[in-house]
Ligand binder design. Structure first.
Ligand SMILES: [Zn+2]
Length: 96
């Protein structure tokens, strides 16, 4: 089973035998919403696209669309690629 973010045990069976793996950077939008009122560190960024991305290797990842200017292009199934990972926030994705 693949899981993101990193865990200390398997969320499926509870095993502590965890191995790190680099996830495929390519994926598609599984579902999304447009956040129009952000809070905390995202307060000034709204509106922005909040995505669940299904990575090419089968992991669902909560991410943010990196470019706020193309929110109207958001569509389930659209191809995206990982753009950056910030330990303080969610990974960002851009359209391919
Ligand atoms: Zn397991």
């Amino acid at each position: 089973m693949l899981s993101y973010a990193k865990t200390v045990y398997c969320p499926n069976c509870g095993s502590l035998k965890i191995q790190p793996k680099n996830l495929d950077k390519n994926g598609e939008i599984f579902t999304f919403t447009i956040v129009r009122r952000g809070f905390g560190r995202m307060k000034d960024r709204a509106p922005y696209g909040l995505l669940t991305v299904l990575s090419a290797d089968g992991c669902k990842i909560l991410g943010i669309l990196s470019n706020n200017s193309n929110l109207s292009e958001l569509k389930i199934g659209k191809k995206v690629v990982l753009e950056s990972i910030d330990e303080q926030s969610n990974p960002t994705y851009r359209f391919i």
